[in-house]
Design a binder for this molecule. Structure first.
Ligand SMILES: *[C@@H]1O[C@H](CO)[C@@H](O)[C@H](O)[C@H]1NC(C)=O
Ligand SMILES: *[C@@H]1O[C@H](CO)[C@@H](O)[C@H](O)[C@H]1NC(C)=O
Ligand SMILES: *[C@@H]1O[C@H](CO)[C@@H](O)[C@H](O)[C@H]1NC(C)=O
Length: 287
């Protein structure tokens, strides 16, 4: 962002330079074709003033550009700006969506099941499902402020719209789901509901989704390999650094929105699923 601000200010410099040239040539007497030291000295004061003006102008341009570029991406400065004297930033904010999630609903618990289709040995094929995952999530949220939109981060995931169900976790009644609006520029999806969430209420959001296994340079769940006894073996590994969890499941991928996870991995007999958390149980299931 700062890089962009810097690259914009030089673009304004050619204009400023030409305006300086015009103004300094004007006080010179017409016979002064060659610029001697005296005329240079005479022009020094206005020149200095102009340079100072230029500097201030560049500073203003820079500050303006800096605010324009930086503010749409951060919540806190935006709030400060909207209460400040300038209303320009408010208009600007409408054009660019904020990148931080609203805090109306916060996650408490994720219950996630993923089935991995990794052709991990020769001759094994899942057809079109090769190197994809199917996921199912049950997410418990607490409503902090009455609203009717749940927002989850997603990146390279497909949420199956028809599968989305929402329930009041206490009263058990269903909340009717309206539109699902993907916002790829913010890396999230909005689930709009026809009834409002009560402040203090707890809700369950259920849905199915699918995703592709990424390559090793990407985060989330990706395909990688190792060599054992001279043989190459395939595995799916997670990389969960900042902004990566949204590649594995729709979630509220922000440091201030931590929650408990219960993860179930469905994998072929003869393969292992390993986690950095304790194993709860293993169940044998048929296909
Ligand atoms: C900015 O806009 C808001 C909403 O249109 C208005 O209430 C407020 O008075 C404006 N502030 C200034 C300083 O113009
Ligand atoms: C799925 O992967 C297997 C193993 O790599 C391969 O043999 C098969 O052709 C792939 N199938 C499709 C439809 O891509
Ligand atoms: C497994 O998870 C269930 C549900 O969260 C819990 O009740 C149970 O105690 C867990 N068992 C083990 C061995 O961790």
């Amino acid at each position: 962002m700062i890089f962009e601000a810097n690259s914009l200010s030089p673009a304004t410099s050619p204009c400023l330079q030409s305006s300086i040239r015009f103004k300094t040539s004007r006080p010179l007497p017409p016979e002064d074709d060659s610029l001697d030291t005296t005329s240079a000295a005479r022009n020094r004061i206005p020149l200095t003033a102009l340079l100072l003006f230029t500097f201030i102008f560049v500073l203003i341009v820079f500050v303006f550009v800096f605010f324009q570029v930086v503010c749409p991406f951060s919540n806190v400065p935006q709030k400060t700006l909207s209460t400040s004297k300038s209303n320009v930033s408010t208009a600007n904010r409408k054009k660019t969506p904020t990148i931080r999630l609203p805090t109306n609903n916060i996650p408490i618990h994720y219950d996630v099941t993923i089935k991995v289709f990794l052709p991990y040995k020769e001759g094994l094929s899942y057809g079109d499902l090769n190197n994809t995952i199917k996921g199912n999530a049950k997410i418990r949220l607490r409503c902090q402020k009455e609203n009717s939109v749940i927002v989850f981060h997603v990146k390279n995931l497909i949420v199956h719209h028809d599968s989305v169900r929402i329930f009041d976790a206490v009263r058990r009644n269903a909340i009717e789901v309206g539109k699902l609006i993907p916002r790829p520029e913010a890396e999230w999806i909005e689930i709009h509901t026809k009834q409002k969430f009560r402040s203090g209420g707890e809700y369950l959001v259920l849905f199915d989704y699918s995703a592709k296994l990424g390559g090793s340079v990407q985060g989330g769940l990706y395909r990688s390999s190792y060599v054992e006894n001279g043989k190459r073996k395939w595995m799916a590994t997670t990389q969960m650094q900042t902004h990566d969890a949204r590649r594995l499941l729709p979630c509220m991928d922000e440091p201030a929105m931590k929650a408990e996870f219960l993860l179930t991995v469905i994998h072929p007999v003869g393969t292992n699923a390993i986690s950095n958390s304790e194993k709860n149980k293993t169940t044998l299931i048929s296909r």
